[in-house]
Design a protein around this ligand. Structure first.
Ligand code: NAD
Length: 282
């Protein structure tokens, strides 16, 4: 049976982006957050993005109104029972996600697939506490969701083949390109990207080149659209450090040790763009 209604848990940066792309693709969306203010922030975020897309003539005003009309915001968990595919996009914390997934598992319709947008938590581990682990999967979007073409479709050891196939089909329907990935820390993209950023911090720390020179090296010499240190500032240095710590611990391999300068900058509260100071000043 074709997927018609998407349930989204978390109306933050990622949840609202996922709501936007699903609604624009013609799906009905029910987006849940913990209070009315958070739900409204999510809806306002989608509205602003869609208005911008209309002014840039990427979509028509009719497309915008149609998409907004297909999104329902709620704080009521029970409303998610109407969804046939659910995406958890709440705070990145194991205990929070476990609690949410347990609640969702209890109310979701029996045939529904439950996905998580986690950036780092093991899909196998999260599936372990669910009653339908074969219908649980990772669906990792990239930020900003409406712009980035990729989604990683991550299968834990319990994920069913039918769940993988239906998730890939949904990803294509909403205009994304899925890549199939086996569960492992950082999946594929962050596993490659974040150690590269960490290495750039080592190069800076060892005084081999300035931040500007390192970023120019990678933009002009490797054709990256943005240098690794500017990218770290965009992602958030705390997030980069947290990801390296997961790799270091879970792979138990010293090649993933976080650069001491990265730790020191996080200790100082220099987290990048969000605090106004990172490798660059904003
Ligand atoms: P965010 O802080 O912007 O949004 C999280 C939202 O979840 C908040 O609105 C919060 O109120 C809500 N929430 C918390 N508990 C809830 C509950 N019980 N029920 C419903 N909503 C609840 O965070 P974000 O950047 O949107 O990240 C969400 C998820 O997506 C995280 O797992 C993150 O790792 C992942 N992710 C983030 C990025 C990124 O670049 N920001 C990229 C890929 C994946």
């Amino acid at each position: 049976m074709s997927i018609q209604t998407i349930g989204i848990i978390g109306a933050g940066q990622m949840g609202s982006g996922i709501a936007q792309v699903c609604a624009l693709a013609g799906l009905s969306v029910i987006m849940r957050d913990i209070d009315d203010a958070a739900v409204q922030r999510g809806i306002n975020g989608v509205t602003t993005q869609l208005e911008r897309a209309v002014s840039k003539e990427k979509i028509t005003a009719v497309d915008k109104d149609g998409a907004l009309g297909r999104i329902t915001g709620t704080t009521d968990l029970a409303r998610l029972a109407a969804a046939d595919f659910l995406v958890e996009a709440a705070t990145e914390n194991l205990e929070v996600k476990r609690r949410i997934l347990k609640e969702v598992d209890a109310i979701a319709s029996p045939g529904a697939i439950i996905a998580t947008n986690t950036s780092s938590i093991s899909i196998t581990k999260l599936a372990g506490s669910m009653s339908r682990p074969q219908q649980f999967i990772g669906l990792h979007f990239f930020n900003p969701v409406p712009v980035m073409a990729l989604v990683e479709v991550i299968h834990g050891i319990q994920t069913g083949v039918d769940t993988v196939a239906r998730t890939e089909e949904l990803a294509k329907r909403i205009g994304k390109t899925p890549i199939r990935v086996k569960n492992s820390p950082g999946f594929v993209v962050n596993r490659i990207l974040v150690p590269m950023i960490n290495e750039a911090v080592f190069v800076l720390q060892e005084g081999q080149a300035s931040a500007e020179a390192i970023d120019a090296g990678m933009t002009l010499g490797a054709n990256h659209p943005i240098g690794p240190l500017a990218l770290a500032d965009l992602i958030g240095l705390d997030t980069c450090l947290a990801v390296m710590e997961v790799f270091y611990r879970d792979f138990n391999d010293s090649k993933y040790r976080p650069a001491p300068l990265l730790k020191e900058m996080v200790d100082a509260g220099y987290l990048g763009r969000k605090t106004g100071q990172g490798f660059y000043s904003y």
